[in-house]
Design a protein around this ligand. Structure first.
Ligand code: F6P
Length: 376
């Protein structure tokens, strides 16, 4: 082999190395079943293009200099699709918080953005895939506005993100609610009790509505339809008279009575967390009906554990789509699921307001048609 030829091979090799794209990925906000399916799919789709993937640890915090990250390749992401949580870790507080409460936007400080830019440049990243909900996508939007090539992947069990018909994690949460109702039903029926199941969902009633419908609930209370304790009690008494052996009430953590406000826990750190409405409803129903009432708060069981098959499929589709979007330079956009297709929409369309249940929607009408009361 002549010197000239070997020299050109060397040049070619170094060009290939230089051209080898490297992208970053991170999971941010509350965890959710299906995150690992997205990571696995992203790595495989990127690998097909000859790209490397860097996984930042603990959400955006991993971008702080000097960078906290792992190399994600096929081996590192093998056998993770069925695992709940995220192998990268996540935080929903930290230095990159861009949302205060339910709606107010806060800006990530310039020095934090500069630090992230430093890490980004040092690693020679071509794009950053950020998997998150409302708050994390608001951070992603700011990074995009500051010049970072960002692609968003929507994630939340609450299913409350605008601009996408569905997010992965929601189906797993609904499955968990349905399973809990099946179990609670047998014990409630044996004891002729009223059972109140409090579920997650923040300010939207999607988990309560879908889980309640699937699990055969008799009453579903959601934030979008304020309820009256009197009406719930009347429904329990009506069912009793008809010979029903139990009444199953599903209440979303963000639901409230017409004359009440959302129930919150106040933590030592000054944080307000939704929760406690289940106990309140149980007390009011018990006092008004004289029936034995028990409460079950499903809590983080809805977020943990293996993703359903649907969430594995959605997660895989979202990961592949995100890589395509990076390849096409569709930065500032987010994967969106519409009419059974993965599409892209501007991140800004997803973060301005929450997608909530419409009280006139077909789902609510369907629930009413099968005699589910909304306590209104
Ligand atoms: O947004 C997802 C969610 O699980 C909500 O349904 C719930 O209100 C909240 O996160 C709980 O957050 P944390 O895990 O911080 O208590």
């Amino acid at each position: 082999m002549g010197g000239g030829r070997s020299q050109s091979i060397e040049v070619e090799l170094s060009l290939t190395i230089m051209e080898k794209k490297r992208i970053g990925i991170l999971t941010s906000g509350g965890d959710c079943p299906g995150l690992n399916a997205v990571l696995r799919a992203t790595v495989r789709a990127a690998d097909k293009l000859g790209w490397e993937v860097i996984g930042f640890c603990d959400g955006f915090e991993g971008l702080l200099p000097p960078g906290n990250y792992v190399h994600l390749d096929r081996r590192a992401t093998a056998g993770i699709m069925h695992l709940g949580g995220t192998i990268l870790g996540t935080v929903n507080k930290g230095h990159f918080v861009a949302k205060v409460g339910a709606g107010d936007r806060a800006m990530v400080p310039p020095e934090i953005i500069d630090g992230a830019r430093q890490t980004f440049k040092a690693l020679g990243l071509h794009g950053l895939i950020t998997i998150g909900g409302d708050g994390s996508l608001t951070t992603a939007l700011q990074l995009h506005e500051e010049g970072f090539p960002v692609v968003g992947v929507p994630k939340t069990i609450d299913n409350d993100l605008e601009a996408t018909a569905m997010t992965f994690g929601f189906d797993s949460a609904v499955e968990c609610v349905g399973d809990a109702l099946d179990r609670l039903h047998t014990t409630a029926t044996s004891h002729k009790r009223v059972m109140v199941l409090e579920v997650m969902g923040r300010h939207a009633g999607w988990i309560a509505l879908h889980g309640g419908l699937a699990g055969g609930a008799d009453v579903i209370l959601i934030p979008e339809i304020p309820f009256e304790h009197e009406k719930i009690a009347a429904e329990v008494i009506r069912r009793d008279r008809e010979g029903a052996k139990s009444t199953m009430i599903v209440v979303a953590e963000g639901a409230s009575a017409k004359d009440g406000s959302q129930t919150r826990h106040h933590t030592a750190s000054g944080e307000h967390r939704l929760g406690g409405i289940g106990e309140l409803v149980a007390r009011e129903v018990g006092e008004r009906t004289g029936k034995e009432v028990r409460t079950c708060v499903l809590g983080h069981l809805q977020r943990g554990g293996a993703p359903t098959m649907l969430d594995r499929i959605l997660g895989t589709r979202f990961g592949v789509k995100a890589v395509q979007m990076v390849a096409e330079g569709k930065f500032g956009s987010m994967v969106s699921y519409q009419n059974y297709l993965t599409l892209d929409v501007p991140i800004s369309h997803a973060v301005h307001k929450l997608r909530r249940v419409s009280p006139d929607s077909q789902m609510v009408q369907t629930a009413r048609a099968v005699e589910i009361s909304f306590g209104d």
